[in-house]
Design a protein around this ligand. Structure first.
Ligand code: ATR
Length: 270
């Protein structure tokens, strides 16, 4: 018996998911492996997923830019995936593919581990892709939040804003100077550090959070640190590890104790 799992998305050159899941497999004495499928051409998505299902994959994680496209290919959904219309995990079955969203769980743990209070706060979300959908879904569990959502494409921001049960305002990039809030959260996949659109003197009181991850600073956090000396800075590594834990649990049914601090310093060398 073996467990084939993996990840689809692009670009994936920096993904840490194989280290995390292969550690989980080792830790639970499950025979199997986690493989990376960097799919450059989205028109191949359906064929690749069919191939993986036909070759006994249990499932795959889905990352940018395919979380919303894969939603459309699934035949059934977990409640959270159905609500957010974003899928970051697939389980294959004889009848099709079921889509889940474990990002929402990962985000919940990120805020919990970093002791970030969300109730009674004002939050600016940057980006309106799959990660933004998961974040807006999680925030619906909290009370009394004023939300601002800003995205390059305003139409996409409006579609994500429709998921929110809070008082939410869509702000075009060129109106960001009007922002005054407690927390800013970057959900975009901007990888070249081009955050010039934020160079407008927004008011941010407490936290800058980046759902991207690295050994410490990310380009977004570096940018915010230089502009706002007082902010606490948090990257997305805890979200990455905890969405992976939940994914592994859904694929294998296994739950196990693991020390995230030990894991980060000894396995990921962070
Ligand atoms: P994920 O699954 O990680 O959320 P995604 O669904 O591909 O990734 O979403 C990426 C987000 O980053 C989108 O909101 C995208 O903006 P658009 O909706 O306008 O495409 C945003 N993004 C990516 N590159 C960007 C850039 N150079 N400048 C501004 N926003 C960018």
């Amino acid at each position: 018996m073996y467990v084939n799992i993996g990840i689809i998305g692009t670009p994936l050159s920096h993904t840490l998911s194989p280290i995390i899941h292969n550690y989980f497999l080792h830790n639970t004495c499950i025979n199997g492996g986690y493989t990376v499928f960097d799919i450059k051409d989205s028109s191949n998505l359906e064929n690749v997923l069919g191939f993986l299902r036909d070759h006994n994959f249990v499932g795959v994680n889905v990352t940018h830019p395919y979380k919303e496209k894969v939603y459309e290919l699934c035949s059934s959904y977990s409640d959270v995936a159905e609500y957010s219309k974003a899928v970051n995990l697939i389980k294959f079955s004889d009848t099709g593919m079921k889509g889940y969203n474990t990002d929402v769980y990962g985000l919940e743990k990120l805020f919990e581990f970093n002791k970030i209070k969300l109730d009674n706060s004002s939050i600016l979300i940057l980006g309106a892709g799959g990660a933004s959908r998961a974040l807006v879904t999680l925030l619906n569990k909290h009370n009394n939040i004023d939300l601002y959502l800003s995205n390059r494409s305003v139409a996409k921001a409006e579609s994500v804003a429709n998921l929110s049960s809070h008082n939410i305002t869509v702000i075009p990039h060129d109106k960001l100077s009007t922002i005054d809030c407690d927390i800013v959260i970057n959900t975009t996949s901007i990888s070249d550090g081009d955050f010039d659109f934020l160079n407008v003197g927004m008011g941010i009181r407490h936290y800058a959070i980046d759902l991207q991850y690295s050994s410490g600073m990310t380009p977004f956090l570096d940018f915010m640190r230089l502009k706002y000396k007082h902010l606490k800075l948090v990257n997305g590594i805890d979200m990455l590890i905890m969405q992976a834990y939940k994914s592994f649990n859904l694929w294998t049914g296994r739950e196990f104790e693991f020390d995230i601090k030990y894991f980060k310093s000894n396995m990921l060398k962070l």
